[in-house]
Write a protein that binds this ligand. Structure first.
Ligand SMILES: *Cc1c(COP(=O)(O)O)cnc(C)c1O
Length: 424
């Protein structure tokens, strides 16, 4: 069988470096130009003072990733604090239930703090310290980035200031409590709609006044340069581990790798390990919300246009006035009208494809994984699971799908209990 031959040829190679074309560690297809561009996407911020701060962060980043002390420290924290490598799990009952391909999970939900975001937050706070900064500043919507950043800041003795809309503060109370307990200072933002967009503006305003002492720490693989590069670099540990583990477990590469896409950090982390493998299909799954035919979705890649948001170019959903649209998803971590510039480019170059799953499919997948495997996934992650369940049915039992289980669903249980009839 051809797959067996592929298997043996792959296992004799060095898995860690085989598909990495640059000593730098990221595949060339997602590396920026000197102008911070990924094809026509991404870009640098124009504001002169901020531009200077961004250059300082970029130079600092390029230095530390070659620094042995930094690499050793990052490795120590990944192993002894986060609990890496996260395992690969063969979901046998879920696979049998779908009746087609074998579904595997990369268990980022088992990381300390329960999701993949800790991977880049540790990197960002370590970088801030190396740059001599005493504080990290960020915005948060659902609070997931805020919690991961507050965790890393507590660990490293760095001050942490989180800007959050007043509407989100009410909605996401458990995460607000977590951040407070971890020692973060929460800045409530009440102007405008009091949600994520206003929180971003407010955080940037504060940062502008504290450029010497603080660093802005973004929550996904997006924003102006150098953030997409930094976040994807720190998340690439997912794909690097997954490729080796999957080969060890099955003797071949997966046929498809699948991840949900909000801003795109967990997806770029997984994809990055397989960008040198043309046989592996990369699929990002966006929230179709109440349906692609309605106004209530956040399917940026599927229905968006090329535009600009928060200082960078990407696919974006715009409203009638040409402003970033207010979008909807059952998963607040996917609720963003833009997407990372690397995904925008991968789509245009046909190196990855982007599908979507509705709120209803997401809830179904959430319950299926809970009941069939005893794993309660985050609602964000459940979008990727929903797609995998759909795709598996049309594949043969000797084919495989590797899904990034980006986070656990403890945060979502009350919401789901309200929506789902458990007696059925
Ligand atoms: C934040 C979050 C996401 C979405 O963010 P990406 O940057 O697109 O990965 C997905 N899953 C979980 C569990 C999250 O917390």
């Amino acid at each position: 069988m051809t797959t067996e031959n592929t298997a043996s040829s792959h296992t004799t190679q060095n898995h860690n470096t085989k598909n990495v074309t640059d000593s730098y560690g990221l595949h060339q297809s997602i590396l920026p130009s000197n102008d911070g561009l990924y094809g026509e996407f991404g870009g640098k911020i124009a504001h002169p003072q901020l531009a200077q701060a961004m250059s300082e962060i970029e130079a600092g980043f390029r230095n530390i990733i070659k620094d042995d002390d930094f690499i050793t420290e990052m490795q120590r924290l990944r192993e002894t604090y986060v609990g890496r490598p996260s395992p690969i799990f063969h979901a046998r009952r879920l696979s049998a239930h779908c009746g087609g391909a074998q579904i595997y999970f990369k268990r980022e939900d088992l990381n300390h703090t329960g999701a993949h975001k800790i991977n880049h937050c540790l990197g960002e706070v370590l970088l801030a310290k190396k740059l001599g900064k005493t504080k990290v500043i960020a915005e948060t919507g659902a609070g997931q980035h805020g919690v991961a950043l507050a965790t890393a800041a507590a660990l490293m003795g760095v001050e942490c200031e989180i800007h959050m809309g007043v509407v989100d503060i009410k909605k996401e109370h458990p995460n607000v409590s977590r951040m407070r307990i971890l020692g973060a200072n929460i800045v409530p933002v009440s102007h405008g709609a009091g949600t994520l967009k206003e929180a971003v503006d407010s955080a940037f305003e504060t940062y502008l006044n504290e450029l010497d002492t603080s660093m802005f720490a973004i929550g996904s693989a997006l924003g102006p340069a150098p953030y997409p590069e930094i976040v994807s670099y720190f998340q690439s540990v997912i794909g690097r581990e997954a490729r080796v583990q999957f080969l060890d477990a099955t003797g071949k590469l997966p046929d498809k790798v699948v991840a949900c896409v909000g801003g795109g950090s967990n997806a770029i982390g997984l994809f990055s390990g397989f960008l040198g493998d043309n046989s592996v299909e990369k699929i990002g799954v966006e929230p179709a919300g109440e349906g692609l035919e309605t106004a209530n979705h956040a399917a940026t890649m599927t229905l968006g246009v090329k535009g600009e948001i928060h200082g960078f170019k990407c696919y974006v959903l715009l409203d009638k006035d040409g402003e970033p649209a207010s979008v909807h998803s059952i998963a607040s971590g996917l609720d963003y009208p833009g997407v990372g510039p690397q995904h925008s480019l991968l789509k245009d170059n046909n190196l990855a494809t982007y599908e979507s799953a509705t709120d209803a499919e997401c809830l179904e997948a959430f319950m299926a994984l809970s009941r069939l495997e005893g794993i309660i996934p985050a609602l964000e992650t459940a979008h990727a699971i929903a797609y995998a369940m759909r795709a598996a049915k049309d594949m043969s039992p000797d084919e495989t799908i590797l899904v990034n289980l980006s986070g656990r669903g403890d945060k979502d249980i009350d919401f789901v209990l309200d929506k789902v009839d458990l007696s059925k």
